[in-house]
Unconditional design. Structure first.
Length: 238
């Protein structure tokens, strides 16, 4: 169940994402969406819940119909949940990040299938969160027009799918990425993220994204649809 405090849905103007790009990364503007992991329910008449280990719950596949897409809700406002200590999730600076002023915080979901990085690629760069998802085959985003893999990305000014040439921020070694447990909230650089059994949800200002293994949804998509509906209404009035 999504743990979000809803307020009035807000509309924002779009802004370029050039500040997000690292020296070694390029961003292609494009929009779409996300994915996360849901532990499966026990088989009917099968193994007792007490006998099932936490690892087993993380790797089990959900039953048909479960976690096919993010919750169809519009998110705006502050995420509810226990705040974690950001220091436990901050990636130690390397030589390049020290030179550029980049900072990064990283977490993986309890299943270990999905990982997100929050931060900024330089002293004056726009803070953002970029998620690497283990999408189901039918939900995997198409590469951008330069052949780069696209990842769910959220800034204060927009959210969508963007292509990158390489890592956006400094990263932990794979075995060292800390886990953000269900119901916990990591909040840094004006961005907050939480994980539950249905999706990863991140909020930055009036924009948000929800991603899971089966799909993705962005606040920017909702705004684009509303703008189109408004144009159609204006045309009808004429």
């Amino acid at each position: 169940m999504m743990m979000v405090t809803r307020t009035t849905r807000a509309l924002l103007g779009a802004m370029g994402v050039g500040a997000l790009v690292l020296t070694s990364c390029a961003v292609a503007e494009d929009s779409e969406g996300e994915v996360d992991e849901t532990p499966a329910a026990p088989d009917e008449g099968g193994q007792d819940e007490d006998d099932q280990t936490e690892d087993d719950a993380d790797v089990e596949e959900p039953e048909d119909g479960e976690d096919d897409a993010p919750v169809d809700e519009h998110l705006d406002g502050e995420l509810s949940g226990d705040r974690v200590d950001p220091d436990a999730f901050e990636v130690p600076p390397d030589e390049q990040s020290q030179a550029t002023g980049a900072r990064a915080w990283q977490f993986e979901t309890p299943s270990g299938r999905h990982m997100c990085s929050l931060g900024r690629s330089g002293e004056a760069a726009t803070p953002a969160v970029v998620c690497s998802m283990a999408f189901d085959e039918d939900a995997e985003p198409e590469p951008d027009d330069q052949g780069r893999d696209r990842h769910p990305t959220l800034l204060e000014t927009e959210a969508g799918l963007f292509g990158y040439d390489g890592p956006v921020y400094p990263e932990f070694e794979p075995s060292e990425v800390p886990t953000l447990d269900y119901g916990e909230v990591l909040e840094v650089e004006g961005i907050s993220c939480t994980v539950d059994e249905e999706a990863i949800t991140c909020v930055a200002g009036d924009h948000w994204m929800q991603v899971s293994r089966g799909g993705y949804e962005f606040s920017s998509d909702d705004e684009a649809q509303e703008a189109e509906e408004a144009e159609e209404a204006d045309a009808a009035d004429v």
